[in-house]
Design a protein around this ligand. Structure first.
Ligand code: FAD
Ligand code: NAI
Length: 510
């Protein structure tokens, strides 16, 4: 009977927690759908222009008290993209809209209204304090180009894909940075499969079409290769069995190993796992040229010699890291202090662009001495949010102190009360003004490597914990789920995972 009682209690507890979770989700959804009315910002306040709607800018927006500024956001993308799950969209494990959050929905939850313009900033004039913006979307109105003045500017435009000027890359390969890239890859995988299965297709052509080549063994390349091999093993093999023995994934990396930023133990684990998954890893192989159907690479042999190889491919995914965007290059030429900077805008410890006033840079377009990751970008955005809130508070306090002091000089009646308030404000001011410089706190690195395994290099107490395998995969899933932008994203991602597990991935080509 004791056992029965324990069981009954455990059942009640589970029931209550489930009911609590459902209730909480409903509450969050209700709040999301019924935001408080917004007020228009005070036009006398400073204009803060934010470029981009990526990790850095959105973290800043989340933290910022928008009632302190006239906030204007400019980005060609009217949504935030949760990039860590982008590789899963290439095979349909996750549908792309599940990891997108409309920026209008984000801004609607701010206290004071924020202006959003879907446009690209084409140039920045730091002397006149204006940015030029262009609407490059398909539908053009009578005005598609204008200037926006700013008092304060935050640049969070990210980076573009590095090609190192290698011929043929832009024309023939797919990148993996934006939603459109993932959609294109998804279409192309199935196009290759269907074309390979075409009646009378030559054997040589089947081998080429079924050969998926990934260039770049960083986390993007490794995660994509893992997702692709899963897609093949779990779905394509069952649906198109006649050509399945010809399917092959090759991962090409110029350095001696993949995932160079991870610890040695995890690099070995990843390479072994990828090989077990039958992914062909070609390290010390640098791609030099790309044609419509082949990749030409230089292989460094163990004896020190070099060998040229030609690799035919059906799908080529190029994931060799970041390059500086043209708008950043252009701005760097206008600032003498940036002349030695190569990888982006050099910033100081408060993320101010060196050699400028009132311009800050965050994320992949800024060089602050950290890796170009979402973690860094969001911590930088968060830092600026706090900084700007403090700056606004400082100004408010200082003007209030000034107001009280002049009152005190005019009338002596309430001077004791005013003096007390001044003292309190000054105390607060000292605390507010004591803002420490930006310090990045590394939480660790995670990467999915296929066949329901992941690797993690995480900070643990005062040390580092390197782990890989199926449990790490569960950790990877729960970590990224908790980091998704909204409850809506979280629910959609869970449903997508369940859907692809239960029914298989959708192989129809849109
Ligand atoms: P982004 O997030 O790239 O945002 C840039 C924004 O600026 C976009 O909204 C863009 O539209 C806009 N923009 C571009 N040009 C202009 C312009 N001229 N004017 C105005 N706006 C402009 N990092 C991790 O830490 N963990 C991960 O698991 C991880 N996974 C990743 C997976 C993939 C497939 C990729 C590609 C990257 C991944 N990263 C990850 C890296 C991470 O996504 C980037 O470091 C991060 O997005 C950088 O944030 P950001 O705000 O600088 O730029
Ligand atoms: P990366 O810069 O990390 O890796 C690119 C790789 O391509 C390098 O290893 C480089 O040696 C290789 N390469 C360059 N040119 C080549 C050539 N011609 N031939 C063959 N190989 C070549 O780029 P990635 O993976 O796109 O990542 C960009 C940033 O985003 C990194 O900071 C990364 O940490 C972050 N990121 C993090 C993820 C995670 O934590 N799970 C996932 C994806 C990206």
């Amino acid at each position: 009977s004791r056992l029965r009682r324990t069981f009954r209690w455990a059942w009640r507890l589970t029931y209550l927690s489930a009911a609590g979770l459902v209730g909480y989700t409903f509450y969050i959804v209700y709040q999301d759908r019924h935001p408080e009315p917004q007020f228009e910002p005070d036009p006398t306040k400073k204009t803060l222009v934010i470029l981009g709607t990526g990790w850095g800018s959105v973290a800043l927006l989340k933290k910022l008290d928008t009632e302190n500024y006239n906030v204007v956001v400019v980005s060609p993308r009217n949504y935030f993209l949760f990039t860590p799950l982008l590789p899963s969209c290439t095979t349909g494990t996750i549908e792309h809209r599940s990891i997108m959050e409309p920026v209008r929905a984000i801004l609607r939850h701010k206290k004071a209204a924020v202006k959003f313009y879907e446009a690209e900033a084409s140039s920045i004039d730091p002397d006149r304090k204006v940015i030029k913006v262009v609407d490059n979307s398909e539908i053009k109105g009578a005005t598609s180009e204008t200037e926006i003045p700013y008092d304060m500017l935050v640049i969070g435009v990210g980076a573009e894909n590095a090609t190192f000027g290698i011929p043929g890359v832009r024309e023939h390969s797919c990148f993996l940075k934006e939603i459109g890239d993932a959609q294109q890859i998804r279409k192309k995988i199935m196009d290759c499969v269907e074309t390979a299965a075409f009646k009378g297709q030559t054997s040589e052509e089947i081998d080429r079409l079924m050969h998926m080549v990934v260039v770049g063994g960083g986390p993007t390349g490794v995660e994509f290769a893992g997702e692709l091999q899963d897609f093949f093993e779990e779905d394509i093999k069952k649906l198109v069995p006649e050509i399945s023995p010809r399917f092959k994934v090759t991962l090409i990396e110029a350095l001696p190993n993949v995932l160079p930023s991870f610890s040695k133990q995890l690099i070995d684990y990843t390479e072994n796992t990828l090989r077990e998954e039958k992914i062909d890893i070609k390290t010390k192989t640098m791609v030099k040229n790309v044609t419509e159907t082949t990749v030409e690479a230089e292989v460094s042999r163990p004896d020190g010699g070099k060998e040229r190889v030609v690799i035919p491919y059906g799908l080529l995914v190029w994931a060799t890291g970041n390059a500086v965007r043209p708008i950043i290059k252009d701005l760097m030429t206008k600032i003498p202090a940036q002349k030695d900077s190569r990888r982006g805008l050099a910033v100081n410890e408060y993320l101010v662009v060196q050699g400028t006033r009132d311009i800050w840079a965050i994320g992949d377009c800024a060089v602050a001495g950290y890796a170009p990751t979402a973690q860094v970008a969001s911590q930088e955005g968060n830092f600026l949010g706090r900084l700007f809130n403090n700056m606004a508070k400082t100004e408010n306090h200082e003007s209030r102190i000034q107001e009280l002091s002049s009152k005190m000089n005019l009338q002596s009646g309430n001077s004791a009360e005013a003096a007390q308030e001044i003292e309190g404000l000054e105390k607060q001011l000292r605390r507010i003004k004591d803002i420490k410089p930006f310090r990045y706190s590394h939480q660790g690195s995670l990467a999915y490597i296929g066949s329901e395994k992941a690797v993690a290099d995480v900070s643990w107490w005062n040390g580092n914990l390197a782990t890989g395998g199926s449990m790490t995969y569960l950790f990877w899933r729960s970590a990224y789920l908790s980091m998704c932008f909204s409850t809506r994203n979280r629910v959609l991602v869970i449903l997508d995972w369940l859907k692809s597990k239960a029914f298989g991935r959708d192989v129809s080509r849109e």
